[in-house]
Design a protein around this ligand. Structure first.
Ligand code: MLT
Length: 261
């Protein structure tokens, strides 16, 4: 196993007993997006939902926002909790982090569920766009980015002024500028994970929101196709945030997968 990079102690929520399941949030959210799954899956599993460094209530170092840094913090948390292996559930950037864990610390990943995520690297245009957004977050704060993401992360029928959407907005504006800028640059630097997928021999699940404007079905479908034996579930009525838009359907897909392990 490779050495862990400068891990920091993460804030995390925890529920239940049984086989370990770690819920990894995407960008720029916090563990709170998984509240419904924590409560439901906590009946049969030991569920751990960390706030990634710089997000939620975790400390925000000036640097260290690469996908390996995030994955290393989670591995360190699992070690601290005495957990050898966990099922990793990664949402969007959390999926990139799960892929980083599979690259660096494969023995820590018993099975993986990828939610609204994919294995491609960024295009040159996307890298440039991320760099501009990173500069803007450092100069002007994270409000503009949170506001513009409100337009794209939910299925069209979701009421942006409703309680669920507003709670996600509050989470996004709570992210620190250094974590937002650092993660944007970290995502831009992530490698192409497609070549490693054929070698994966752990059980995997891919969950897609049917109306996801950010990660379309061509990307989630390809991820499921490239991993031998992956299960693929499409959640109707969900965009990029199936765990909060369709919490029961998302929980049921995760539970059905966990029961196969
Ligand atoms: C996420 O939801 O984690 C991000 O939108 C992923 C990305 O920007 O590639």
């Amino acid at each position: 196993m490779s050495e862990q990079p400068r891990a920091i102690n993460l804030h995390y929520a925890e529920a239940g007993r049984g086989p370990a399941v770690v819920l990894v949030h995407g960008f720029p959210f916090s563990h709170r997006i998984w509240d419904a799954q924590m409560m439901a899956l906590g009946r049969n599993y030991h569920v751990i939902a960390p706030d990634l460094r710089g997000f939620g209530e975790s400390a925000a170092p000036e640097e260290g926002y690469g996908m390996d840094d995030f994955a290393g913090d989670i591995v360190a948390l699992l070690v601290r909790l005495g957990i050898d292996r966990a099922v990793w559930v990664g949402h969007s950037m959390g999926g990139y982090i799960t892929l980083a864990a599979l690259r660096r610390w494969p023995s820590r990943v018993r099975a993986a569920a990828f939610v609204a995520t994919h294995a491609h690297p960024d295009t040159p245009e996307k890298k440039l766009q991320r760099e501009i957004s990173a500069d803007s977050a450092m100069l002007n704060g994270v409000g503009d980015m949170a506001f513009s993401m409100m337009g794209t992360i939910f299925a069209s029928e979701v009421d942006r002024q409703g309680a669920m959407a507003q709670s996600i907005y509050e989470i996004m504006v709570g992210a620190t500028p250094q974590a937002v800028a650092g993660s944007l640059r970290g995502m831009a630097a992530r490698p192409d994970s497609r070549p490693m997928l054929a070698e994966l021999s752990i059980p995997t699940l891919v969950i897609a929101g049917e109306d996801d404007e950010m990660v379309g079905a061509e990307l989630t479908g390809e991820l499921a196709e490239l991993i031998p034996g992956a299960h693929y579930v499409i959640i109707p009525g969900a965009g990029h945030m199936p765990m909060v838009e369709q919490p029961d359907a998302t929980t049921n897909a995760l539970r059905a997968f966990l029961e196969t392990l």
